[in-house]
Design a protein around this ligand. Structure first.
Ligand code: HEC
Ligand code: HEC
Ligand code: HEC
Ligand code: HEC
Length: 117
């Protein structure tokens, strides 16, 4: 019985290690975050991170300025747009471990040339 528990513990340990190694963090985050998953995963590793975790380093007002469009298209700004203003969660458009397309194009065909997924 004791042996079985030890084997189980080992197997579990390996599975956990595997799942940690399986995820890739993006190049632009590697330098500032490294392997510290908790920097983003403030809700635990199995849950999606909150927006608050992104906002430790990113600022919504700055982002809205950086991706501002000309007057005619201004409400297509992903970070300050017609339907949601500045309130849309980052993860609707940005994945970390897998690519993601801006959700706007579920319904529109806007050009987001600089999107880093
Ligand atoms: C820069 C922020 C960031 C860092 C650092 C980060 N993650 Fe994530 N993680 C996310 C985001 C955003 C999602 C949800 C979207 C996605 O899958 O890309 C996610 C999703 C996940 C999921 C999937 C949850 C689900 O239900 O699908 C796992 C597992 C995970 N991360 C593990 C890790 C591990 C392990 C590390 C450390 C090596 C790590 N993450 C580091 C942002 C991050
Ligand atoms: C510890 C600080 C930190 C955290 C936390 C963080 N980032 Fe970043 N992020 C950076 C830095 C630094 C860069 C590279 C410089 C830049 O583009 O602002 C970057 C770059 C990015 C880029 C690419 C910008 C480009 O075009 O090159 C995206 C998209 C991004 N972050 C989204 C997120 C999201 C979404 C989250 C939360 C899940 C998050 N970040 C959490 C620091 C952070
Ligand atoms: C509606 C989709 C959407 C949402 C929500 C969103 N982004 Fe973005 N983000 C984009 C797109 C698209 C770009 C590329 C710029 C472009 O094509 O206009 C971008 C660019 C960026 C950049 C690079 C800015 C630069 O210098 O060009 C960062 C950093 C970033 N996003 C972080 C975030 C963070 C953090 C959040 C949450 C607070 C967030 N984004 C929410 C779609 C989105
Ligand atoms: C579920 C579908 C849906 C999603 C997702 C969606 N929209 Fe829309 N949007 C519409 C509808 C419907 C209209 C009104 C009809 C029209 O004018 O095309 C509209 C109108 C608009 C308009 C004014 C008309 C135009 O085409 O310029 C803008 C700007 C806009 N949306 C931006 C966005 C942005 C940015 C996003 C992502 C953050 C987004 N939408 C996500 C359905 C959607």
């Amino acid at each position: 019985m004791i042996k079985l528990k030890a084997v189980l513990a080992l197997t579990l340990g390996c599975l956990l290690t595997l799942s940690v190694q399986a995820v890739e963090v993006r190049d632009h985050h590697k330098e500032v975050i490294g392997k510290d998953c908790k920097t983003c995963h403030d809700n635990g590793i199995k849950q999606f991170p909150s927006d608050q975790s992104c906002l430790q380093c990113h600022d919504v007002d700055d982002l809205a300025e950086q991706t501002a469009r000309n007057e005619e298209d201004k409400w297509q700004n992903p970070h300050n747009n017609l339907h949601y203003g500045k309130e849309l969660p980052c993860q609707e458009c940005h994945g970390e471990h897998q690519p993601k397309q801006p959700m706007c194009n579920n319904c529109h065909t806007f050009k987001f040339d600089k999107h880093k997924q």
